[in-house]
Every structure is written in C-alpha cells, then in structure tokens.
Write a protein that binds this ligand. Sequence first.
Ligand code: MLC
Ligand code: AMP
Length: 504
Amino acid sequence: MSNLYALFEDRFPVDLTQNFIATKDNKTYSYQDLLSSTSQIAKILSSYKLSKGDRVIFQVKKSPEAIFLYLACLKLGLISVPLNTSYTASELSYFLDDIEPGLVVCDPASPIIKENLLHTRKNISLLTLDKHGKGSLFKSSDNISHPVQATDVVGDDVACILYTSGTTGKPKGAMITHENLSSNALTVHQSWGFNNDDVLLHALPIFHVHGLFVALNCVLLSGTPMIFLPEFNVDDIIKFLPRVTVLMGVPTFYSRLLLHSELNDTSLKNIRLFISGSAPLLKEMSDDFYAKTGHRILERYGMTETVMIASNPLNEERIPGTVGQALPNIAVRITTDDDMTLEAGETGNIQVSGPNVFKGYWRNPEKYQEEFTKDGFFKTGDVGFLDNKGYLTIVGRSKDLIISGGYNVYPKEIESIMNALDGIHESAVIGVPHPDFGEGVIAVVVKENNKKIDESNLKILLKQELATYKVPKRIFDISELPLNVMGKVQKNTLRERYNSVFDT
Ligand code: MLC
Ligand code: AMP
C-alpha cells in the first residue's frame, strides 16, 4: 500500500461514527466526517486541473479543515507544502518562487493576500481557509458531483516538501516521500504502544514534522480521537489533560507545565505517556517532572529530513539526557569528519540511514550529494555518542543552528538581513540558555562609526523581514567581534560572554 492516505484509511475504525477530532470549543468530527470532508476537498482540488506531483502551498491556521486539506492532497498524489503562519511577505516570496505551486491555500490575513504576492506570479490559483475552517476553499464545491478516487502513487513519490533552512544559504525544501512517512508512522506507532484506548492531546503547530506527521500519524493509525487545540496554552493543556492518555510536545511544553499549580493527580489521572522532542530536554527538567508527576518523559530524536530516528523505549529503561536507541530498521552511527565509524563512548558526527531518510532537496541535487556519505548515510549535523546499549546522547551540533522552543533559527539568515541594514557594520547571532525556550536568540552588532544601537527600532525593522520567533530577543552592541586566526567570528567566546543574559 503505497499511498499514505490509503494506509490511514485502512486503519480507520469499523464504526466510522467514532470521534476523530474534538476541538477546544468541544466541536467534534467523526471518522465519517474525515472521509466526507477529505473527499469533498479532493473534488475541489481536482477541479483546479492539478496533477500528481503538483505542489499545493498551505499557510493556514490550525483547524480540522486544514488537516482534511492535507489528507486530500495525499489522496490525490499532490505535494503538500505547509508553511509557518508567521512568515513575512519577504520569506513567503522566496517559497512561492522556489516551489512554483499550482495552488495556494492561505489564511485571509496572510501577507500572500494582504501584500498581493500572487499579482506578479501568474498561473497560481488562490483559495482561502480561516481559523474557523471557512473560506473560498469550500465555496467552489457546489457544482462538483464527480467522485474522486485515491491516486496511485509509488512509495518513492513525494508526499510533502518541508522547508529547512541552510547554514549557508536560503531554506531548502526537503522532499519526504509516502514511503518515508508510512514506514516511520508504523514504526513509531508500534514503538510507543498506541492502541484503541488512546486519546492524544495535540497542541503543536501543523507545519512541521512533529505536529503534522509524528502526532497525527499515531492517531490515524490507531483510528482513535485527538483533542486538537489551536495552539499551546498551558491552562488549556491542564484543562484537557484529564481527558487524554498521551501528550506530545517540545521541552517548553513541559517546562511551562511544571510551573503550573494544577499539575496534580487529577490532571494526570488518565495519562499513560508524555513524549518530548524537537529540542534537547534537560536532564534536570526530566528529573523534576518525574519527581512531581511520577512520569518519566519519553524523549525521542528526529529531524525534517529523517522524520523520527531514535527513541527511548516504552517499557524498558528511559535514560534522561539520552534520546534512546535507533528505531527498528533505522541505522545510527557515530563517525569522524572523514566518515570513519567510531566506537561506543566516542563522540562524533551522527549519521543515519533507513527507509525514513528523505529523497532529496527540491531542485537542489548538489546540496543532497553534500549531505550524504559515499555509502549512503545522511549527515544529520548533530554531534553525539552511543553507549554500549545503543542509547544515543546528543552533545551539540556541527551546524550553526539555534533551536528556540522547538523552532529552528539559522543565524546566517538573520545576520545577512542585519548586515544589510543602514548603520550596521557587522553582526553575529547566537543562542544562549533561555529558561522558557531552551535557547534564546540574541544578536551582537558592530555599528558603523560605533554609534549606540537602538534595540527596539532594530527589532521593529527585523520584524518586517522575519517571522517573530527568529527576531533576536536581545540585541547588544560591541566595538568589534572576536575573530580567530582565520578571520571567523568566535561564537563560543560570544556565547560565554552573553551566557546569562536570560537568567532570572
Ligand atoms: C513564539 N515566540 C517564540 C517562539 N514561539 N520565540 C522564540 N522561540 C519560539 N519557539 C515569540 C512569539 O512570536 C512572541 O513574540 C514571543 O515569542 C512570546 O511568545 P509566547 O506567547 O510565549 O509563545 P507561544 O505562542 O506560547 O509559543 C511557544 C511554543 C511555540 C513553544 C508553544 O513556539 C511552539 O509551539 N513550538 C513548537 C515548535 C515545533 O512544533 N517544532 C517542531 C519542529 S519539527 P512577540 O514579539 O510577538 O512578543 C522537528 C523535528 C522533530 O524539530 O524532531 O520533531
Ligand atoms: P528540524 O530541522 O526542525 O527537523 O530540527 C531537527 C533538529 O532538532 C535535529 O537535527 C536536532 O538538532 C534537533 N532535535 C530534535 N530532537 C531532539 C532531541 N530530542 N534532543 C536534541 N535535539 C533534538
């Protein structure tokens, strides 16, 4: 069964009146609703003369209808390209030009509409979908009566393209196939023991691997319900926790929950599993959470290009500070910079191979070649070591990447924008410990003629170009950046100097 949608459909409950989604305001959608809405959207999409392999960008708020749109794309063999709802016009322009979509579905407040980004880009159809699941997407369905069959795809066909930024250049679109997603979904679903009694609390965004694939796949393969919140809000999590068995989140979810006075036996009464990923979960936080709740958070490791790679076990020992062992059928090894495999206990580059590893970067074969070893392992850019039992500890990254509250921020992108601003000579962007986001983004700038910076004006300028989570939380001026003998900025020196700016 090659089409991921067909795999899901095969696992739907026999009784289709069973719940698939309950929303924050207690609206419910059954599996029958999923089937009929997905078919309705598939009919609409097929009336736009889109063919297999055409790209559909969606930049929409989280709603059940957004999920049905994604499922309809899978069904038709169209390639979904979900984009962060906080992207600015300049970020979106790049994606539109790079991906050349046949159709864009966006929120009515998106810069795609507000700034008329499709005006000069012809041959792209535009539909809207708002946070209530309403919009022109549905208005065009009235006259369509023909039924739509699932399109035949082979496992190697691309299901989704997710952008992941480059350390040197512009974001690259990672092409993730139906087979990557199906194999990973089945593995993860089984490893975490998902069953008919589960109810998932879904509070993640749906434009990344974590919320769109890992969480949703487990629900759809079990044919069970989820409580689908529009965003993470700690009071809502506490409110809905007693109704669920599993929560998936980034470490910030758990650090905020720990601070909540109502995290107690009542809120935890039905929970069987807390899962964390997308960013490092500090051992101390895992221990504090265990002490407070009796639950050892299950930490796992993944990335856009590979979906899930490793996980702590469901039933065996979960070791805090590690991301567990490689998942079944996935190989993880640690190597030197020239790809020689290292022994257990030795620290080096983390490399991965398996059916989960993506097909390549959209229209960028050179980049794909660079990221693979001669024997076909993907270079993750993460650094770590394996112990004798195969548990992986991530100790750092060889890529210049900051992970803030589970979102990836690439310093190069921000530095390029800052350096082009009037009055700025040069800049360096780094991540330093942040009590809520794990790492907080800060910038250090050298002004032309050594003038003082006006931090708040600079932030306003940056917000025009960058999604808010990328905008440095603090900006400091410095007379010159520390350089090594090669003339490269010594970011470690800067990180040491600004290490405690977010201390409370
Ligand atoms: C929001 N802001 C952030 C931020 N999220 N800044 C830095 N880092 C973040 N992660 C900005 C807001 O725009 C706002 O800016 C200010 O910070 C305060 O926001 P907030 O209200 O405190 O944030 P909140 O809306 O509560 O969001 C925090 C969060 C969210 C942690 C809930 O960021 C989130 O849902 N993160 C999950 C990301 C994710 O799904 N990653 C998975 C990637 S997949 P201002 O200027 O308006 O005040 C992957 C693979 C894998 O990595 O392994 O899973
Ligand atoms: P993304 O490109 O958004 O998919 O982010 C992937 C990156 O997130 C990985 O390369 C890791 O650096 C990081 N990551 C994901 N899960 C974990 C984890 N459990 N611990 C530490 N880092 C993680």
